[in-house]
Design a protein around this ligand. Structure first.
Ligand code: 1VU
Length: 456
């Protein structure tokens, strides 16, 4: 996916008739109490009202000036990603996250009566949102959680705090205009680990959802509460000799450069059978990748982009442009370069570590079976996302089954797995560790068995 560099919108769209930030609280306890009060009123709202509230979120989020503001401000505040791609991500989050229609009821009927399996709200949810997709996650979580009848307290990533507070204000204003109780969405104005700990410990918070880095996800998963964790992946893409190589190259470059590789679903390493590697590389270069095979420059890249122990990416380089990265290691980027590729071995830290940058290593294997084995190994058991380009249906089926990932994309760019230019709904909370998979309204609801007894 290539994009033009349109000019940014620098001023925030007008917040409203007053300069309060609706839903934003300094104290965690106040944010939780306000959400609880909103939830108590929300419980009495009808499904038709819920639908109207979700429509208001969608409408507010997709207003052109808001889409552009969110995208450019996210890049400015988090200092990562590609604004034009963020416009798309926000648009898909707002339009393709399912609403109330996701809560499909099951019914059983016989002479003794009728039983329905319904979805009931948890109450107040504490939702931790990431720096990589800050507004996308608030929009998508907001739609899903409110559709399921909950109120939500957001704890935004500290690096995306200002924009997240702005968005929650906008959404609250839209919700109130649609007749919703105030504070169905609240947000912690100054997020921190301490504030997150308070949110987790609050007896009024019934469910926790963490989308972000391993530290915060593990913290939430060890809270002792019902928790949904959406954390890291290291998505491999396999290319075998039956694949349509020009298309595979285009899809991989589009997917791996999308928002500078910030989505946790994006291709993080290629595993290709040896005979196709030369053509694959040539076609990837044709699509906007720049090949770097010089060992000295590669070592400079590792020094620049990784922690000294080579176990983590350096946060300041996460989501940067390929051209900026190349210049920083003394390489002149070719015009239009959007991805750096390199041919390397499986033990290269650039292959092993999820980098979240437009740097894509390519590892060659002798055959497709070895490629699938290696790809599964490199995914490190996150059960997150894997991609394969092949025309061999049995191989596609084999990798899908054996990798046990939450998302498996066949012959397409990784982002089609979250609904962008692909079929299916959108979400930015992909819960591999806790098994909900691609979350939607029903992931944030309790199951209630409602029994009507008709026995004589
Ligand atoms: O500095 P401390 O250690 O005290 O705290 C950390 C962290 O725990 C905390 N923090 C938060 N606090 C409150 N609310 C939050 N929502 C929150 N999130 C984090 O803030 C401190 C810094 O956090 P960090 O570990 O994120 O550190 P950096 O900003 O230095 O690192 C940025 C990256 C991007 C490297 C890091 O966040 C990361 O590894 N993220 C994983 C990628 C990610 O966000 N995955 C989810 C994507 S879901 C998706 O893409 C679906 C398509």
């Amino acid at each position: 996916m290539t994009t033009s560099t349109a000019s940014p919108i620098t001023d925030a769209p007008v917040a409203g008739p007053d300069d309060r930030q609706l839903g934003a609280f300094d104290e965690v306890a106040d944010a939780v109490q306000a959400a609880q009060t909103a939830f108590d009123t929300y419980l009495d709202c009808t499904l038709a009202q819920r639908r109207a509230f979700i429509a208001a979120i969608r409408e507010e989020s997709t207003r052109e000036e808001n889409l552009r503001y969110m995208a450019y401000e996210a890049v400015a505040e988090t200092k990562m990603g590609n604004a034009e791609h963020k416009v798309l991500k926000n648009k898909y989050a707002a339009t393709l996250t399912p609403g109330v229609e996701d809560l499909l009821m099951e019914a059983y009927q016989s002479d003794t009566g009728m039983t329905t399996m319904e979805y009931a709200p948890y109450g107040v949810i504490g939702a931790i949102t990431p720096t990589t997709n800050p507004t996308e996650t608030i929009i998508s979580n907001g739609i899903s959680m409110l559709a399921a009848g909950n109120a939500v307290v957001f704890s935004p990533h500290p690096r995306a705090r200002r924009l997240s507070v702005w968005l929650v204000d906008r959404l609250n204003r839209a919700l109130i205009a649609a007749g919703a109780p105030e504070n169905l969405m609240t947000i912690i104005r100054k997020p921190s680990m301490d504030a997150t700990a308070q949110l987790m410990a609050s007896p009024q918070v019934q469910m926790l959802v963490a989308t972000g880095g391993p530290q915060i996800v593990n913290m939430v998963l060890s809270s002792g509460k019902k928790a949904i964790g959406a954390g890291s992946g290291n998505p491999p893409v396999v290319v075998d000799e039956t694949a349509d190589i020009p298309k595979a190259a285009r899809d991989i470059v589009n997917g791996a450069s999308f928002d500078n590789n910030l989505p946790c679903t994006a291709e993080k390493e290629v595993v290709a059978v040896s005979p196709v590697v030369p053509e694959l590389v040539e076609r990837m270069v044709h699509e906007g990748a720049q090949l770097v095979n010089d060992p000295e420059i590669l070592e400079r890249l590792r020094d620049l982009l990784m922690s000294p122990d080579r176990e983590h990416p350096r946060p300041s380089w996460v989501g940067q442009d390929a051209g900026t990265i190349l210049q920083a290691v003394g390489v002149t980027p070719d015009p239009g370069t959007r991805l750096i590729i390199t041919e390397t071995s499986a033990d290269d830290p650039l292959v092993q570590v999820e980098m979240l940058m437009p740097v894509l290593p390519i590892v060659a294997t002798t055959d497709a079976s070895q490629a699938i084995d290696l790809a599964i190994d490199l995914e490190h058991g996150h059960h997150h996302t894997a991609i394969m380009h092949s025309r061999d249906v049995s191989r596609l089926e084999s990798m899908a089954r054996r990798s046990r990932t939450t998302i498996f994309v066949k012959n397409g760019p990784s982002y089609s797995g979250i609904g962008i230019e692909g079929e299916g709904f959108a979400t930015f909370t992909i819960a591999g560790p806790t098994g909900e998979g691609l979350t939607s309204a029903r992931s944030f609801a309790r199951r209630r068995r409602c029994v009507l007894n008709a026995s004589m």
